[in-house]
Design a protein around this ligand. Structure first.
Ligand SMILES: C[S@@+](CC[C@H](N)C(=O)[O-])C[C@H]1O[C@@H](n2cnc3c(N)ncnc32)[C@H](O)[C@@H]1O
Length: 335
C-alpha cells in the first residue's frame, strides 16, 4: 500500500484500512461549493447544504483519526467562503465539530498568509488572504520537531538580528534595586540577569524577560505553575527566549502557479514540506485522502517519507503520478 495513489472515494477506501496505519495525515478537502473538479456529483464539496458538507467531511475526518497512530497528527487545510455576501466560517465550524468527538485535540491553527492573493472585485471587503491549516493530535505524545521547522530561516534570522543594545537588562537592574526582595534574592537576581545578558551577546538566546515578585503579576491560574513557584520561592524568574520559541503559527507563501499542473486548487509544496519536517521523521507513513495533483505525496517523497494518496478523479491520479515521477527524477520541488 506504500508510495502509491489509489483511485476512488476516500471514505470507502479508508474504511478498508486498519487502525493506526499512518503517522501523519495532511490534506485539503474541496471547499464547500467552491470549484468544479470535474467529478460530476461525486466527491466532497458538491453538497446542496453547508450542513451536509460538514457532515460528510466529519465522517472522513473520523476515519483519518482512526487510521492514524496514537502519536500521530492530522492536518486539514480548509478555506472559507462568502455565502450571500457574508463570510461563512466553515473551516471553524468544521474544527469545532472535529474536536467535539474528543478523539483528537487541536494543537495549532497554522495560518497560511498568501503573498499573492486574488484581487477582490467587491470594494467593500478586504481581500481574503489567509487560510487555516488545523493541526490535530490524537494524544499528548504527538511527534513535533520544532528544530526542523523553517530551519532554512534560522541563519537569516541570525544575520538580521541587531547586535544587543548597551541598555539590555538595565530596566531589570533598576527594578531589582527598588524591589522588596531580600538582599540575598537581589544578589541572585542580578547574577541570573548578568548570565542572561551574556547569553544574548553570545547569540545563545534571542532575548529574555524577567519577572520579579511584587512587581510583575503571576501567570493566571495553574497555566504557568513552575514559573509562579520560582517567583514565589526565589523572588524572580528569567524567561529565556530562543529562536524556536519565536516560531509563530503563521507561514507566508505565494499561491502556486506551476506550468506542469492544471489542477485548480493546489496548495504550496513549501508549506507541506515544512509541516512534514515539523510532524514526521524519515520513513514515516503519510496519507493524503484528497490528494489532487499529488502535492503531499511529492513533498513526502522529496523528504524520504512514505505516502499514500487517494483521489476520486482519474485525470488527477494520472497528473499526480506524472508529477511524482518528474520530481523524483530532478528534485525540482526540493527545498
Ligand atoms: C482541494 S483539492 C486537493 C489539491 C491538492 N492538495 C493538491 O495540492 O493538488 C481536493 C481534491 O479532492 C478530490 N476529491 C473530492 N472528493 C473526493 C473523495 N470523496 N475522495 C477522494 N478524493 C476526492 C477532488 O477531485 C480534488 O482533486
Amino acid at each position: 500500500m506504500k508510495n502509491k495513489i489509489i483511485l476512488g472515494d476516500c471514505l470507502s477506501i479508508l474504511k478498508t484500512i486498519e487502525n493506526n496505519t499512518f503517522d501523519l495525515v495532511i490534506t485539503s478537502p474541496p471547499y464547500f461549493q467552491q470549484r468544479d473538479y470535474g467529478n460530476g456529483n461525486l466527491g466532497i464539496g458538491n453538497e446542496k447544504t453547508e450542513e451536509e458538507y460538514l457532515e460528510n467531511l466529519i465522517n472522513i475526518f473520523r476515519e483519518c483519526v482512526r487510521v492514524t497512530n496514537s502519536d500521530g497528527v492530522i492536518v486539514f487545510n480548509i478555506g472559507d467562503k462568502y455565502i450571500n455576501g457574508a463570510l461563512s466560517l466553515i473551516p471553524y465550524k468544521f474544527a469545532i465539530r472535529a474536536i467535539e468527538d474528543k478523539k483528537s485535540f487541536l494543537v495549532n491553527q497554522l495560518t497560511w498568509s498568501k503573498l499573492n492573493p486574488t484581487p477582490r472585485q467587491d470594494q467593500r471587503k478586504l481581500i481574503q488572504s489567509t487560510e487555516p491549516f488545523f493541526i490535530f493530535a490524537k494524544s499528548k505524545d504527538y511527534y513535533f520537531d520544532l528544530n526542523n521547522y523553517l530551519k532554512h530561516l534560522d541563519h537569516i534570522n541570525k544575520n538580521i538580528r541587531n547586535s544587543p543594545s548597551d541598555k539590555l537588562g538595565k530596566k531589570y537592574f533598576e527594578l531589582i534595586n527598588t524591589s522588596d526582595l531580600s538582599e540575598e534574592q537581589k544578589s541572585n537576581a542580578r547574577k541570573s540577569l548578568n548570565e542572561a545578558i551574556l547569553s544574548v551577546h553570545k547569540g545563545e538566546i534571542e532575548s529574555f524577560r524577567m519577572k520579579i515578585n511584587g512587581i510583575h503579576k503571576l501567570a493566571y491560574g495553574g497555566q504557568d505553575g513552575g514559573r509562579n513557584n520560582q517567583i514565589k520561592n526565589n523572588g524572580f524568574t528569567v524567561i529565556k527566549i530562543s529562536g524556536n520559541k519565536m516560531k509563530k503559527d503563521i507561514i507566508e507563501s505565494p499561491v502556486e502557479i506551476t506550468r506542469d499542473n492544471n489542477h485548480p486548487a493546489v496548495y504550496p509544496i513549501y508549506i507541506i514540506q515544512e509541516l512534514i519536517k515539523l510532524l514526521s521523521k524519515e520513513d514515516y507513513f503519510i496519507l493524503d485522502p484528497f490528494c489532487g495533483s499529488g502535492t503531499t505525496c511529492i513533498a513526502a517523497n522529496n523528504l524520504k517519507r512514505n505516502y499514500l494518496g487517494i483521489e476520486i478523479n482519474p485525470e488527477y491520479v494520472e497528473l499526480a503520478n506524472e508529477r511524482i515521477k518528474k520530481s523524483s527524477c530532478n528534485q525540482e520541488f526540493f527545498i
